[in-house]
Design a protein around this ligand. Structure first.
Ligand code: EPU
Length: 443
């Protein structure tokens, strides 16, 4: 397993440009299957998740040409709509069911992989598809689907605003006959970016309060050119890195509109940000000017955070925030309400000297759907505690980034095993961190 060797304890300074959003680009690549004309995507990141979707599309018959961060994808003919397996797995192939059914009448895709951060069932996806006229069979390792009478518009009420299930329903409804109304839909910015691409392809999609997406099916879609939005999860990782190391990082292309909730948290923590036309700069008061060691860096303030669906505090942000909270003076609480099992990484922070614990009880007055169940979805962090270097094994993408972050804060040399997992979602992370002054190498 490739690993990172990290020598920490140094503030990071400089400028970094965000890559295109992993959780938008992968869905847009699937959306290109909805037309026989070429789609051009700009700002495509060089990450493992994109490579997995490329394998899926090429098996289906797509021609993909890459030039820098631009990808042209054309699928004039569906060579096969049955892809029972791929060499690697993530959570994307199930989203291809709708487009494949629209173009070929039948489809087969591998069951999902992806991070182990809870049970992650797909019942809401399957229920939404069945409302649209899809019949499904779970085979050994794959889903096989038919739409004998074609895809038909329908009323769909999601029991939870799942991002993936909403995307699945949208991708199946755009070419369906008639009108589809998806209630209690997810409205994450990456999903809205996908909707904007589909609109340019000729889809008719309305967004209405509260959490409603209405789609008027059209007989065909055409090719388009679309620039993938910047990755707001990368933005938060770099912001936390600047604040945790007592440095100053300007995150180019970070957009205030995607980060409103996070920016409020930065302010409550006692750290600083500055929004400009080009991006957002993050720092911690008391940090020295560029390049120098931190000087009298202020203690951070503890916080209570609840993760939530957009526009709440995103679940993918709680892990880098936890590293900051180990440096805050007092007791912080993170109430995770999206995934029931997303605190495995706290064991790594504990091994590095953090004072952390988890519990099953929702905080008083803040009940969530995991209350009363045996899932440890509430974390308490007592700070500040110095972090010491350690040998770490990456558990999943976001917690892998926590390992890197904590290793960069800790004094001494840490080894982070599982670079592949981090490469799945962060483009050339070691190179970009070195540009900020980090001592990190790949072994
Ligand atoms: N859920 C169900 N049934 C379903 C679908 C979801 O019970 O059919 C539950 C899940 O088990 C989970 C919750 O609903 O507890 C939220 O799941 P959702 O479907 O919203 O998430 P997703 O589409 O699988 C995407 C991102 C995640 C991100 C979540 C929440 C991608 C590829 N993944 O996952 O990103 O955390 O939305 O915003 O877009 C990451 O990038 O590291 C990552 C995990």
């Amino acid at each position: 397993m490739p690993r990172f060797i990290v020598k920490g304890g140094k503030p990071l300074f400089g400028e970094v440009r965000l890559a295109g959003a992993k959780n938008a680009v992968s869905k847009m690549m699937v959306a290109s299957l909805l037309t026989d004309e070429p789609c051009v995507l700009e700002n495509v990141p060089a990450i493992g998740d994109v490579a997995i979707v490329e394998e899926l599309l090429k098996t289906i018959g797509s021609r993909i040409e890459r030039a820098g961060d631009t990808a042209e994808i054309a699928t004039p003919v569906i060579a096969t709509s049955r892809v029972p397996e791929l060499t690697r797995r993530n959570r994307i192939p199930i989203l291809a069911l709708g487009p494949l059914l629209a173009r070929a009448g039948e489809a087969e895709v591998p069951v999902l992989g992806g991070d182990k951060i809870g049970a992650r069932p797909v019942d809401i996806h399957l229920e939404a598809l069945s409302r649209l006229g899809v019949r499904l069979e779970l085979r050994r390792g794959s889903y096989r689907a038919w739409a004998k009478d074609g895809l038909r518009g329908a009323e769909i009420e999601l029991r939870f605003p799942s991002v993936g299930a909403t995307e699945n329903a949208v991708l199946a409804a755009v070419l369906a006959k008639g009108r589809t109304v998806i209630r209690n839909a997810a409205l994450e910015p990456e999903l809205i970016d996908l909707v904007m691409m589909l609109q340019k392809m000729g889809a008719i999609i309305e967004l209405a309060p509260p959490r409603t997406i209405a789609i008027e099916g059209v007989p065909r879609l055409h090719g388009t050119r679309h620039r993938v939005m910047p990755d707001r999860n990368e933005a938060v990782s770099f912001a936390c890195l600047a604040i945790a190391t007592g440095g100053r990082i300007f995150v180019k292309e970070a957009r205030q509109g995607d980060l409103v909730t996070f920016l409020n948290v930065v302010r409550r923590l006692g750290a600083e940000y500055e929004v400009t036309q080009e991006g957002i700069g993050f720092s911690r008061p008391g940090a020295a000017p560029d390049g120098a060691a931190p000087n009298g860096t202020h203690a951070l303030r503890p916080l209570t955070i609840r993760t939530d669906v957009h526009p709440g505090f995103m679940t993918d942000w709680q892990q880098p925030l936890a590293v900051l909270l180990t440096q805050a003076a007092g007791r912080s609480v993170i109430h995770e309400t999206i995934y029931e099992d997303r605190f495995g990484y706290l064991n790594d922070l504990a091994a590095m000297g953090a004072d952390v614990s988890t519990g099953t009880e929702c905080p008083p007055g803040d009940a969530c759907r995991f209350g009363g169940q045996e899932c440890r979805h509430v974390a308490t962090i007592n700070g500040p505690t110095p972090l010491k270097s350690s040998a770490l094994a990456v558990r999943d993408l976001r917690s892998g980034m926590v390992d890197i972050l904590a290793a960069l804060v800790a004094r001494g040399i840490s080894e982070v095993d599982g670079a592949d997992e981090i490469d799945r979602g962060y483009e050339r992370i070691d190179e970009r961190l070195r540009d900020l002054g980090a001592d990190i190498s790949r072994a």
